[in-house]
Design a protein around this ligand. Structure first.
Ligand code: SF4
Ligand code: SF4
Length: 616
């Protein structure tokens, strides 16, 4: 739901666990003017209210503060907000804090990855405790109180002290920031799984160890307040590790797991189901347990190796060696040695080259654009909120758009309004929204052919012009049928709702068809009923009962075929927007026919308003 523009491709920070950082070298900045132009045009053409600048490490784009301020200045009165993915905390300063958010301030995310300086050096994160604290204090000084932090457990060289260091770091940060305010931390603790084409590709991990370390950390965090923790499921990490460094024997496993329902596993509601699918597929392929010939085991095994032995070990072929990422395998092995010595390699975009093998005529070189001057910040303006003119549109929402929910329909309209550049009036407050009202939400899957919406504007506008400009921005399945001016001070659209006319198809769930006279008799007894009770539950789940008979204005049998009946319903709508629903008619008629019915096509043909009825 937002426009995303890439500002920098590649990252040369050199974190040793990070596959994208290794595979996307060299790092190349996009020209600041090109970024600004892409966002400005993109926002205009899409109508989005949020945009995001994308890069593996946005803060390494040195033009970020200048680009951000320029964009905020240019889009100052358009009620838009900027988000950035996880940022380098050591580069987070007040310039970056200023450009984030806008009319909506999202949370901040940093990734210290490890809980101690020693381990951060092993993984080449190159972040000091002082830098971490300075970044978080800057965030808090700029109004942020909730910060999301990513850590990993199971990193090479990790000891229990490093795991406990995560809890200690959080406690220390909270304490050090206490005079600014209460720092709330949202922690995501994932399990490190080694990736090909990284210096840690020779390392191996164990689910038992992950489990033990997670438990250790859980206990250490238990007494701390203002900290929420989310641990990655061990089973998903086990699968990720198994697949991440697989060889060609993995092919039948992938197919079998997919056939058993695996796929997009982190999104599954049932980890049990996905884990069962993968383990069954792995067992069926005879790959239970560890199947890689090359396993270095725990970090201590690497540390115990003589340098020559380690070199020889790293020279052995790996299943992915034939994929040329541009990195020299010997550089990866050397970097593993540097990790063992906790030696940090500087970021080659800003310091010396460590000769990883990537740069050259084929893949090019790092492109770092020097930071342009930061333009003066213009004050942000709230979107115009005067209420000068109110227009009422009749519309139809049909075809595939019936499958769009009420909230998505509102978003669709908001974007179309932005694209139309009509002078819409916005509500005030923290999260301004266009003054837009739909008469009554349509149930999902139901077409509406006679719906209503009201829009308010900050200046007088010709209804025909508004119809044309907004209509041009809407899909074919959302048709504006009419537009007329209504008094600003008049009742709201929902207060004017009077009744709804529906058509629907009903059919017997199974068994013999129902003859026309039986349908007719069922409709007649329904209309003759003194009361029509409907049992459901209120918002708190308490059972309740309502007599819906007063809402039933008319019910007609429009047509009967050998398989189904088509009915037309006229139902009153009360002041709270309550009316009859087709499924209620289905149940009441099924009761009278003595057999279950299914609801087919349903369409709200017309919503009638009291003013329209009066004027007719
Ligand atoms: S900063 Fe580190 S973790 Fe982030 S993309 Fe770059 S190399 Fe990867
Ligand atoms: S060759 Fe040197 S400058 Fe190029 S990406 Fe590798 S380390 Fe960086």
């Amino acid at each position: 739901d937002r426009l995303t523009v890439e500002i920098r491709r590649g990252c040369t920070r050199g974190c040793r666990f990070c596959q994208p950082g290794m595979l996307t070298r060299p790092a190349r900045d996009v020209e600041p003017e090109a970024v600004i132009e892409a966002i400005e045009t993109g926002m205009e053409r899409t109508g989005y209210s949020d945009f995001s600048l994308l890069s593996l490490s946005c803060s390494d784009y040195l033009a970020l503060p200048a680009v951000g301020v320029e964009l905020r200045n240019r889009l100052a009165d358009q009620n838009v907000s900027l988000t950035l993915p996880s940022q380098r905390v050591d580069r987070f300063d007040s310039d970056i804090a200023h450009i984030l958010g806008g009319s909506r301030k999202a949370g901040l995310t940093f990734a210290p990855e490890a809980g101690s300086q020693r381990l951060r050096d092993i993984v080449n994160k190159g972040l000091t405790d002082a830098e971490l604290l300075a970044g978080i204090r800057t965030a808090m000084t700029n109004g942020y109180r909730k910060v999301k932090l990513y850590f990993m457990v199971g990193l090479p060289g990790e000891t229990d002290a490093d795991v406990l260091g995560i809890a200690e770091t959080c406690r220390w940060l909270q304490h050090q920031c206490s005079e600014i305010g209460r720092l709330e931390l949202n922690l995501t603790i994932s399990n490190f799984t080694p990736k090909p084409h990284t210096p840690f590709q020779w390392h191996s991990v164990s689910s038992t160890e992950f489990d033990r370390r997670q438990q250790l950390l859980r206990r250490a965090l238990r007494g701390l307040r203002g900290i929420k923790v989310n641990f990655t499921d061990l089973r998903l990490s086990a699968i990720e590790d198994f697949i991440g460094r697989g060889d060609r024997r993995l092919a039948p496993v992938l197919e079998a797991a997919w056939r058993q329902g695996a796929g997009l596993d982190a999104w599954f509601e049932s980890v049990e189901r996905t884990y069962a699918a993968w383990t069954a597929a792995i067992e069926a392929a005879g790959l239970g347990g560890r199947y890689r010939a090359l396993e270095l085991g725990a970090w201590s095994a690497v540390e115990a190796m003589a340098a020559d032995d380690l070199e020889a070990f790293c020279r052995q072929p790996l299943p992915w060696d034939h994929i040329d990422s541009g990195l020299d395998k010997s550089w990866l092995a050397e970097d593993l040695q540097r990790a063992l010595a906790a030696t940090v390699v500087p970021d080659c975009s800003f310091s010396g080259c460590s000769s990883c093998g990537v740069c050259g005529p084929e893949l090019g070189h790092n492109v770092v654009i020097p930071p342009p001057p930061i333009p003066p910040q213009l004050p942000q303006r709230a979107p115009a909120s005067e209420r000068i003119c109110r227009l009422r549109f009749g519309f139809a929402k049909t075809g595939s758009l019936a499958l769009i929910s009420h909230l998505d329909t509102l978003r669709l309209l908001e974007r179309a309004l932005r694209r139309s550049r009509l002078p819409v009036s916005f509500t005030g407050g923290f999260h301004p929204l266009p003054r837009l009202q739909l008469a009554l939400p349509l149930p999902l899957g139901v077409e509406g052919r006679g719906e209503w919406l009201d829009l308010e504007f900050v200046q007088h506008i010709d209804p025909e012009l508004a119809l044309e400009r907004l209509g041009a921005q809407l899909p074919d399945t959302f048709q504006l049928l009419s537009a007329q001016q209504v008094p600003l001070t008049g009742p709201s659209l929902s207060q004017e709702l009077h009744s709804a006319r529906w058509t629907m198809t009903l059919a017997p769930e199974s068994g013999a068809p129902i003859a026309a006279d039986r349908w007719q008799a069922a409709v007649a007894t329904l209309l003759a009923a003194p009361e029509l009770l409907w049992h459901d539950t209120d918002k708190k789940g308490r059972p309740r009962q309502r007599d819906c008979r007063p809402a039933l204005i008319a019910l007609e049998l429009a047509a009967v075929t050998t398989t189904s009946a088509e009915l037309a319903l006229q139902a009153a709508i009360d002041g709270a927007g309550r009316s009859l629903r087709p499924e209620q008619l289905r149940d009441w008629l099924a009761e009278r026919l003595g057999q279950p019915l299914v609801l087919g096509q349903q369409c709200r043909q017309q919503l009638s308003l009291s003013t329209v009825l009066t004027s007719q």
